[in-house]
Design a protein around this ligand. Structure first.
Ligand code: DC
Length: 228
């Protein structure tokens, strides 16, 4: 594995822990590129469901990842996402898609095929990479690796708050059981399981606000840049 040409900061952790908010905030402050790797798995899940591909058929799903190009067009603050030129119509942020994405993410051939594509996001001046295996597999030579964590109870509370804000009418118990199932799968799968990368800074955000998490991480970044 050669060194990344441009600096990379990886942010890994389970679902609903605040990785997305942190990664977007850091990318904005530093003016760096952003890779939200979960979107790739979610887009694949959406394509699999839309085309009625058998989700348990690793080879058929892996074929989709041989040549992959996902584009995002910002239209009136909404992202239009295309997969190999075809518009994704489904809402990819539902828990059903998340769960399906997590199933697809257990396939080692899929993960292997996605490696090169994910690494193309490492461009000038640097990259914030958000996911589950950013520090362990995709960017093992990252300058700084963060593993963000929060108790399940707190993640539940945040999720409920989000849903109430959006006024979405969902079966909360069902949603929680789906999130638990997804976490369990992400932590225990054989290929690139969710685990802190060697040398990561493990940050427990249970009792911290999003702003406090961002400030702490910015402090780590300044320290790690100062020593390099
Ligand atoms: O971060 P997210 O919730 O959008 O990710 C959806 C699923 O995709 C997650 O449950 C597991 C999978 N995933 C992964 O296996 N590796 C990544 N780097 C990112 C996501």
């Amino acid at each position: 594995m050669v060194d990344n040409i441009f600096p990379v900061i990886t942010i890994d952790g389970p679902s609903g822990v605040g990785k997305g908010t942190l990664s977007k905030g850091l990318a904005k402050i530093l003016g760096w590129n952003l890779l939200d790797s979960g979107i790739i798995y979610r887009v694949l899940a959406s394509v699999v469901l839309e085309n009625k591909i058998n989700i348990n058929h690793e080879e058929k799903v892996a074929v989709l990842t041989e040549t992959i190009q996902i584009t995002f067009i910002n239209s009136k603050n909404n992202f239009i996402i295309s997969f190999n030129g075809k518009k994704i119509k489904k809402d990819i942020y539902t828990e059903t898609i998340g769960n399906c994405a997590s199933k697809i993410a257990t396939f080692s051939q899929v993960r292997k095929n996605l490696l090169r594509y994910q690494r193309t996001f490492c461009k000038c001046p640097g990259l914030i990479a958000d996911g589950r295996d950013m520090g362990t597999v995709v960017f093992p030579n990252a300058k700084l690796k963060i593993f963000l964590y929060a108790s399940f109870k707190e993640r539940e509370r945040r999720r409920l708050h989000q849903l109430q804000k959006k006024k979405l009418n969902v079966n909360f118990e069902l949603l929680l059981s789906q999130i638990r199932e997804r976490d369990e799968r992400d932590y225990t799968r054989r290929s690139a399981p969710l685990t802190p990368a060697f040398g990561s800074l493990i940050l427990d955000s249970t009792y911290l606000s999003a702003e406090e998490v961002k400030s702490k991480v910015l402090m780590y970044i300044r320290e790690s840049m100062a020593f390099s």
